[in-house]
Design a protein around this ligand. Sequence first.
Ligand SMILES: [Zn+2]
Ligand SMILES: [Zn+2]
Length: 389
Amino acid sequence: MTNGPQADDDEHDDGEACGEHRVQADGGPGPEADGGRGPRIIDHGGGIWSIPVPIPDNPLGHTLVHVVETDVGPVLIDTGWDDPASWQTLAEGLAACGTSVGALHGVLVTHHHPDHHGLSARVREESGAWIAMHAADAAVVRRTRGSDRNQWLGYLADKLAAAGAPDAHTAPLRTALAEGRGGTLPGGRAALPDREIEPNELLALPGRRLRAIWTPGHTPGHVCLHLEEQHPGRGRQGEGRRGGRLFSGDHLLPTISPHIGLYEDPDSDEITDPLGDYLDSLERIAGLRPAEVLPAHQYAFTDAQARVDELTAHHAERLSDLRALLSERDLTPWQLAETMRWNRPWAEIPFGSRNIAVAEAEAHLRHLVKLGHAEAVPGSTPVTYRATD
Ligand SMILES: [Zn+2]
Ligand SMILES: [Zn+2]
């Protein structure tokens, strides 16, 4: 999980800055009460449950881990944050669903972030369940496990400097690097998956029609999982691939706009366009016309198209704001982040969150360049951007 500020032009301004996400003050409809004992699981019908697994010290509250019954045993979609209390909640939640950790057959991971993949290793250890993930996120896990903190600090400091960060901002990174504190990175012990989730394929789950939909943007290998079965009580016959239910991970959440930054990869010079990927992925999801969306945070909701339209409009507005800023003067990604509107003044945004804000600014810049609305000023160091029309 990354920590960052949120755009202050989000449609829900009563939220609180909270990691990669924004949460509404009232949190929306919460999980059902069960009399105060055990986790408040929700039975979604048709052999689907959700368990709210807490994320410690995070206003986001919890990850909704979904349990999907199959003919060969229950399968989890995501596992939750790696923390003893979270583990206990997961185990108690599975018991409340009438099963147990030991009975689990497999784990489908929507993306590599630790609030989704954190407990996967322990689940596998205690149940023998396989873990499946899209290859692009599996590559992130492999890279994180293989690199140390010094390599990461050096990469981050260079990247921030290239984006125009002042020396005062990169100095703490360079000091830590010079002191060679080393050590592992957060996520350095995350589980390597056993299986690859193949986009567009039906997963090999007897008794279920669950199809993987690749939805890059929030991470390079994010997947949504489409349950192509008639939604109990809501679906209509004859809808073919349309309808059904969609496990949307962090891609589509009811009131939160997920963080779209850069796909950080120290080994690659490829200029990726995560925001473009995200917007394309939103369209792909809307085309499925799911009867219900089961996201990994907040609560289940029904009108996927309306939510896709809101998020598309949100990014379109943000892009046009940035284009307007660039037509006033040339800006580095850092200067652009300083000038953009966030949910608090730039001066109050802490160090780590500024890094996320710059990544978000850069993701928008790259998309403007791809659309032909901006370009890098040739020979500028740090790289400076200008509007082209
Ligand atoms: Zn995430
Ligand atoms: Zn998340």
